[in-house]
Design a protein around this ligand. Structure first.
Ligand SMILES: Nc1ncnc2c1ncn2[C@@H]1O[C@H](COP(=O)(O)OP(=O)(O)OP(=O)(O)O)[C@@H](O)[C@H]1O
Ligand SMILES: [Mg+2]
Length: 253
């Protein structure tokens, strides 16, 4: 089966105004992901993780190189096609939730379907299913300022996943969560991955969250430094990730 994501020699250079120095955030990155893959992206602060997700998801453009998702080169899509593609094929879970204050939590989750003109009855049942899946059915009429960080994170995940996107990008989905909420989110992402064959790319600093992945890509200075594949159980993978992180921290000193 062909790969759902193909990343070919991707580079991203930020050029600031007024001639200040350039930042090469991504430097010639290539990798592929098969449908149903669950990839963790780890690396030090400033190594280019968010830049990578933003370019892969079409939030930002690459300086050079190509990203192909589900057979489509995203840089070649028109603005309208890109917007449609992102709405239907890509789910993005932002670290800072990005929920809208003026909508109830249920309306926040329904938003991608409303924008896509899905019939109202279908929206109602899909949103109810998704809220039960995430254990937040009782929060439907509340607003984001009424609920905890863990609950907001579940709402943000539900909203990203409701269009049943082929690919899910998650930037620190367990950042700032207590360990119970973090493991709940990871269990749910794992279920999406296993039951709906969603392909997931998740940035994380946290070895515990990363241990749920099938593969980890470590990046450093905008380049792929190392890739590892999960072979045995999650605990063994967790230990392996911790070991690599400690070696990498040692390297930096
Ligand atoms: N919009 C921007 N303009 C200029 N430079 C940027 C911009 N966004 C990121 N950078 C720079 O690009 C590099 C990579 O940033 P990026 O946000 O991708 O790192 P990161 O790995 O996600 O870091 P963190 O773990 O802290 O979130 C950094 O040097 C950063 O300062
Ligand atoms: Mg980041």
């Amino acid at each position: 089966m062909s790969d759902i994501i193909q990343v070919d020699r991707l580079s991203k250079i930020y050029r600031s105004f007024k001639g200040a120095k350039e930042v090469k955030a991504l430097d010639n990155i290539s990798f592929t992901a098969a449908k149903g893959d669950f990839i963790g992206i780890m690396g030090p602060s400033g190594s280019g993780k968010t830049s990578l997700l933003n370019v892969l998801s079409g939030v930002d453009t690459a300086t050079s190189g190509e990203v192909t998702i589900d057979g489509k080169s995203i840089a070649k899509l028109t603005k309208d096609d890109l917007a449609l593609f992102r709405r239907r094929q890509i789910g993005y879970i932002f670290q800072d939730f990005n929920l809208l204050d003026s909508l109830t939590l249920k309306e926040n989750i329904a938003l991608p379907l409303i924008l896509d003109h899905v019939p109202a009855q279908q929206i109602e049942s899909r949103v109810d299913d998704m809220m039960s899946f995430f254990g937040i059915a009782d929060l439907a009429g509340k607003y984001q300022y009424h609920v905890s960080g863990g609950q907001k994170q579940r709402v943000a995940a539900a909203r990203a996943l409701i269009p049943e996107p082929a690919v899910v990008f998650a930037d620190e989905p367990t950042g700032n969560l207590d360990s119970k909420s973090a493991s709940d989110i990871m269990d749910m992402l794992t279920q999406m991955n296993e039951q709906r064959a969603s392909t997931i790319l998740m940035v994380t600093h946290d070895a515990f969250a990363a241990s749920y992945c099938k593969r980890i890509i470590f990046i450093k200075d905008g380049q792929i430094n190392l890739q590892i594949q999960r072979a045995g159980d999650r605990k063994a993978f967790f230990d392996k990730i911790l070991e690599i992180l400690s070696v990498m921290r040692g390297d930096a000193q």
